[in-house]
Design a protein. Structure first.
Length: 277
């Protein structure tokens, strides 16, 4: 048994090492490439070959200026602010209404939400595009904001799991004091949803930040580009200069990497607490 336990432990750590290498190796290659010069790339050096100058940040300056990354970061931050705020408000209020109110076809509504998660988004894009265009939101920064706020069923289920863990007696006590439903939600329910809010903000933020399809489809203008579409357009004039493209990719990856490293415990705790309620 001792030999088996040691073998199991060795295999466990070996699998972790292999998984870490698989995840970190591409990031390392992109980072090393971003520090190389055009001459070093033309010489055909290996992907893992160290650059001649580890402090060569000229490619980052080129990516930031010629790739119009500053404006892209500004547009992405604007979309993130409104999309996340709208998702938290709409998702929490919807979950509160589903859990606390008794109304006809409530079970059907919950079932429809579940069905909506099973329908691939691509299959509805023709109708969605026509609706967005009819409202005059095409090529407007508000188009992705509206779509991000109205298509997040996962956040509703996250809030729903947390609200089900809040005793109904709190609502009843507040009603005895004369509070209406909105006051109960605003002063009692919502403050108790901080772990769920943190989870939704992180998950939704990373999703919106990394999304390419919606900004590319609804924001064709370069001045309205997000970081994902700006990086895609940046590949055009620098199609053969992988050192510049890699620098742009590192600029895009860095914010989400830092955010995940600092907030990962909220992600794990939020999902775990929501799953056990």
């Amino acid at each position: 048994m001792s030999a088996r336990a040691r073998l199991a432990g060795s295999l466990k750590y070996l699998s972790l090492v292999v998984a870490a290498v698989v995840v970190l190796l591409p990031l390392g290659v992109v980072f090393l490439t971003s520090l190389k010069t055009e001459k070093e790339m033309a010489d055909g050096s290996g992907a893992l070959t160290l650059p001649g100058d580890l402090l060569n940040f000229a490619n980052y300056a080129t990516a930031f200026s010629d790739g119009k990354m500053l404006g892209a970061f500004g547009n992405t931050a604007f979309i993130l602010l409104f999309a996340i705020t709208g998702t938290v408000v709409i998702g929490s209020m919807t979950a509160y209404a589903i859990d606390r109110f008794v109304f006809r076809f409530r079970g059907l509504v919950v079932a429809l939400f579940l069905v909506a998660t099973l329908v691939p988004g691509v299959t509805t894009q023709v109708a969605t595009f026509q609706i967005v265009n009819s409202f005059g939101l095409f090529d407007s920064i508000w188009a992705p904001i509206v779509l991000y706020m109205g298509t997040d069923i996962v956040s509703i289920y996250i809030f729903l799991q947390f609200i089900r863990g809040i005793p109904v007696s709190l609502d009843e006590s507040a009603r005895l004091d004369g509070a209406n439903s909105f006051t109960i939600f605003r002063k009692i329910i919502f403050p108790l949803l901080k772990p769920a809010v943190a989870t939704v903000v992180i998950i939704k933020g990373i999703t919106v930040y990394n999304d390419f399809y919606i900004p590319f489809l609804y924001l064709p203008s370069e001045e309205l580009g997000t970081i994902s579409t700006s990086l895609f357009r940046f590949k055009g004039p620098f199609g053969a200069h992988w050192e510049n493209i890699s620098a742009g990719a590192v600029l895009v990856i860095l914010p989400t990497l830092v955010a995940f490293l600092f907030l990962q415990r909220y992600i794990y705790n939020g999902f775990t607490r929501g799953a056990t309620r």
